[in-house]
Design a protein around this ligand. Structure first.
Ligand code: API
Length: 309
């Protein structure tokens, strides 16, 4: 078993997408894929969807140039999937990451502050709100370009429990996602995600797969009070996800962004910019911003600390 850092490892989650977080300010911990898989094992280890290491940006390989451009991005989020593979970004994880830094006394920040976090997807601003975090996830893109967005689909996805492959839309957040529309919630609940969906074309790094059902729109007042005449229109999506390097998870932040972006593309002109994504582990908010940016907001909770034997 990995010899954990002096403060042990903290378990946290964002809408049920759970992580083990380690403080490694000087980058002294050489985490191997086997270490991450052992830690993430839900029977022989502590169990998690991913492992997140907090390293000072000054201690990572290209830290000097990163800090030259972003001197305020003091912390780097090193996210690994449960199987030990690297991923470019983790939308639920970055919220839990900031909550962890604050709880460990590694970051002095309060409600209203914006904390820039260095990630493999660039430096992303995380805004602290009273009971949640809002992250500008940066620019999203469609690997199939405008043509794919226009057509609505550029992949074929076979899912256990469905009689035939379904069309899917590839999106990058920047980690890879394919979003598949299903008929209704009953069908969404009936599919078997214990096996990875069969995606064609499948990029060499694999992909996360979101199965979604669009549930229409709801109207709210500016303060969020439900009001059928309200001026705020919010699209509602139900989602399940099979994550690359993990399997089915209760939630996926980048996946929720992909789901909202896909349903918005399929809805065409006039579709809302605000989305509520209902995942098995809770609810996430997605806001489509100008210049192809997308914002994810949701809760972050720390559960317990474990130390080495
Ligand atoms: N759970 C993460 C996504 C991890 C994606 C990872 N499975 C990949 O290989 O891209 C999230 O909340 O965004």
């Amino acid at each position: 078993m990995l010899s954990l850092p002096p403060n042990g490892v903290v378990k946290g989650h964002g809408t049920g997408n759970d992580f083990l977080l380690l403080a490694d300010p000087e980058g002294a911990l050489a985490l191997t894929e086997a270490d991450v898989a052992a830690l993430s094992d839900r029977h022989r280890g502590l169990g998690a969807d991913g492992v997140i290491r907090a390293v000072r940006s000054s201690a990572i390989a290209d830290g000097a140039s990163l800090l030259e451009e972003h001197p305020e991005a003091v912390w780097f989020m090193d996210y690994r999937n449960a199987d030990g593979s690297l991923a470019e970004m983790c939308g639920n994880g970055i919220r839990v990451f900031v909550e962890f830094l604050r709880a460990e006394g590694l970051l002095d920040a309060e409600d209203g502050d914006v904390v820039p976090v260095a990630t493999r997807a660039g430096v992303l601003p995380v805004r602290i709100e009273t009971d949640r975090y809002a992250v500008d996830m940066g620019r999203w893109s469609a690997p199939g370009g405008a043509e794919a967005l226009e057509a609505g689909f550029d992949a074929s996805v076979g899912v256990a429990g469905l009689d035939s492959p379904r069309p899917g839309l590839r999106l990058a957040l920047p980690n890879p996602h394919v979003v598949v529309a299903l008929e209704d919630v009953a069908q969404l609940e009936s599919i078997d995600l214990t096996k990875p969906p069969r995606v064609d074309p499948l990029g060499e790094g694999g992909t996360n797969v979101e199965l979604v059902v669009a549930l229409g729109e709801q109207r709210f007042d500016a303060d969020g009070t439900p009001n059928a005449e309200g001026e705020r229109v919010v699209g509602i999506v139900r989602m399940r996800v099979h994550e690359r390097g993990v399997g089915e998870t209760l939630s996926c932040g980048t996946g929720a962004c992909a789901a909202a972006l896909a349903v918005r593309a399929w809805a065409g002109a006039g579709a809302p910019d605000e989305w509520l994504v209902l995942v098995p582990g809770g609810q996430l908010q997605v806001r489509v911003l100008p210049e192809d940016h997308v914002e994810l907001s949701g809760p972050a909770e720390l559960v317990a600390r474990a130390i080495s034997m």
